[in-house]
Design a protein around this ligand. Structure first.
Ligand SMILES: [Zn+2]
Length: 393
């Protein structure tokens, strides 16, 4: 594996880099004022960051006083390397190769597919070889691979995967052997929250809720992901909303995701209509035609989800809740229904909206995690990404 330990930074280097990455158009004098470090120290640090290709001088700013020397503006060099993210869903694998500022180089989607150890090896191998052929020349090459799994992860290890039988699969080992890059595992909803925070939120307090076959959330407070003491923070799909309710794979009864997951809504509607398959687009057509069954199953989904969201707000009091769900994306009226229910005294201040990144939220969160490892920076907020390009068309 390539040795990236030489990239370890001193705390002051990381601090300066964080300021340069999270702001645009800073000068050395600005950095000195922001960090409290002397101009001489800043000068040495910036020289090192420029030598390491992480910072570039991009031009001349305005002088602060008449006749004063105009400062040189510093910017993060988002083209110094590349990042790979792979999202392993229950019937799909999405993979994204980006520059270090989030600009997309290549996106691969394999869907619908059956996942087991053999097919994961096959798909990972195809993804790495396709990316290898598309790899632009950069200073650092690929800085790492982040794999998103749909289940809780703690300290880089999968705890369990309730919606697919993949918790025994050595994802990291497989990816390391195939790619020779550093590999990190993280929960997909946690990564989504990092992606949403980094690229779409003008707040440092955000909860991102991902709804597929289950329901999970990522919690960002003060710009930092909260994973809890055992990796279970944000496992909101397993809050109990019905006492002695339906049995969940986590071992409890009456968990939220047994009532409000997208899959539950689709299956319920398919059963009522005797259909083999329902997805958000099919359900939307019925909904738009005011089909009574479509209106009923979506309202039921909203009712249960509102209980879950109400509980989250009571615990975390975030500024923004982002929903990443094909159901709420295709039927945005459901967001309005949700907001109508969430009108009590403590929930009416929270902004609830659909994701702007959709399925790329998790993948872009992977970039954030890769950068955090590569640069030793805890809080990242890059302003440069073109959201239209990042959102799935
Ligand atoms: Zn459960």
């Amino acid at each position: 594996m390539q040795d990236l330990n030489y990239m370890r930074r001193t705390p002051n280097e990381s601090l300066c880099l964080e300021y340069i990455m999270n702001n645009q158009n800073l000068s050395r004098a600005d950095l000195s004022a922001l960090t409290g470090l002397t101009k001489a120290t800043i000068s040495v640090i910036v020289k090192k960051l420029i030598e390491d290709h992480l910072v570039i001088e991009t031009g001349i700013g305005e002088s602060s006083n008449v006749g004063g020397r105009k400062p040189i503006i510093l910017q993060y060099n988002g083209k110094a390397g590349l990042s790979i993210s792979i999202d392993v869903g229950y019937n799909y694998v999405n993979a994204l190769l980006t520059y270090l500022d989030g600009e997309e180089v290549q996106f691969i989607q394999k869907k619908p597919i059956t996942l087991n150890e053999a097919t994961i090896k096959k798909y990972f191998s195809e993804i790495f070889s396709t990316f290898q052929q598309a790899l632009p020349k950069t200073n650092y090459g690929v800085i790492g691979v982040v794999i998103a799994v749909h289940g809780p992860v703690y300290d880089g290890e999968i705890i369990f995967t309730p919606h697919y039988d993949l918790d025994q699969i050595p994802f990291r080992k497989i990816a390391e052997e195939l790619s020779n890059y550093p590999v990190y595992l993280e929960n997909e909803a946690n990564l989504s929250a990092l992606g949403e925070y980094m690229y779409t939120a003008d707040s440092s307090s955000l909860i991102s809720i991902n709804m597929h076959s289950g329901i999970g959330a990522g919690i960002v407070q003060d710009g930092v992901l909260q994973v809890g003491s055992h990796g279970f923070a944000g496992e909101i799909g397993h809050q109990i909303v019905v006492i002695n309710g339906e049995k969940c794979r986590c071992g409890n009864h009456g968990c939220l995701e047994m009532y409000a997951a997208n899959k539950v809504c689709f299956e319920k509607f398919a059963k009522i209509k005797s259909m083999d398959y329902v997805n958000a687009i099919i359900l939307r057509e019925y909904y738009q035609n005011n089909d009574a069954d479509a209106l009923a199953v979506t309202q039921e989904n909203v009712n249960y989800l509102s209980v879950g969201i109400n509980n989250i707000i009571a615990h975390y009091d975030p500024e923004i809740i982002v929903l990443n769900s094909s159901l709420y994306r295709e039927i945005p009226e459901m967001i309005q229904q949700l907001k109508t229910i969430l009108q009590n005294r403590f929930s009416n201040k929270v902004s609830v909206r659909n994701s702007l990144l959709n399925e790329k939220a998790t993948l872009l969160g992977g970039l954030v995690l890769n950068l955090q490892h590569f640069l030793d920076i805890k809080q990242l907020k890059l302003p440069q990404l073109d959201i239209k390009k990042a959102s799935t068309t």
